[in-house]
Design a binder for this molecule. Structure first.
Ligand SMILES: O=C[C@H](O)[C@H](O)[C@H](O)COP(=O)(O)O
Length: 227
């Protein structure tokens, strides 16, 4: 296993220790959350009882393969724990997410969770957010106008492509990958972006994470809690 994968696996597996019997759980998206879903599946086979909701179609399919019982929003008021990855995380546990395009469902599920545990390899931990392009989910209707608004904010938006086509999110929207440079005030940028009518959501997760599990290439982990 490559070093980065070992670090992701270590974080993803360790985070599952926060799940107790009977809990309602949010399942994240991406190559780190993958390991959490696999570990939850393994523990379900050993008798752990959980019910879960996924942050993407991809993770939902993986959960089904792992025989993890799934629930819908009509079946719960809140989730006990959400375990999800990040593209960048700073010392205050503020995040950039959405590298896989799942940010909207991820933010709804993080918001519905009493405890949001972020899993990441050591390279995701940064002194300041902003080197990773900030994903912004926009409606296809009027996207060119919305992009002009993002450009006016110095966001330098790029329409995300995949396999030579425009990338479409699970919600039928586009992604603008933006470069704002170093993000000094994530809270205000998150709010300013969401004030643009064609913006559905953006990948800044401010004051949402409670716990960070960082994984290292040697298989060790470090747990940090929001102060
Ligand atoms: O949209 C994708 C999510 O926000 C992922 O959790 C994030 O991109 C991190 O993914 P990975 O663990 O694969 O680096």
């Amino acid at each position: 296993m490559a070093n980065a994968d070992a670090a992701k696996k270590a974080a993803g597996v360790r985070a599952v220790d926060f799940i107790e019997n009977g809990m309602k759980v949010g399942l994240g998206t991406g190559s780190t959350a993958y390991w959490s879903i696999m570990e939850i599946g393994a523990r379900v086979k050993q008798g752990l009882q959980v019910s879960a909701i996924a942050t993407s179609i991809q993770s939902e399919e993986l959960a089904r393969e792992q025989h993890i019982p799934l629930i819908t929003f009509s079946q719960f008021d809140y989730l006990d724990v959400d375990i999800d990855g990040a593209d960048e995380v700073d010392g205050q546990l503020q995040l950039i997410k959405g590298g896989g395009g799942a940010l909207l469902r991820e933010k709804i599920i993080a918001s519905a969770s009493r405890r949001f545990v972020v899993v990441a390899d050591e390279h995701k931990f940064v002194p300041q957010l902003g080197a990773f392009p900030l994903p912004v989910e926009v409606t296809p209707f009027g996207w060119e106008y919305t992009f002009r608004q993002l450009t006016a904010m110095s966001g330098r938006p790029k329409l995300r492509q995949k396999d030579g086509k425009t990338f479409i999110t699970d919600n039928g929207n586009y992604i603008a990958d933006c470069s704002f440079g170093a993000i000094k005030n994530p809270r205000s940028l998150e709010a300013l972006l969401n004030a643009i009518p064609g913006v559905v959501e953006n990948g800044l997760f401010v004051d949402r994470a409670h716990t960070l599990v960082l994984g290292y290439a040697d298989g060790t982990t470090k747990v940090m809690n929001k102060i």
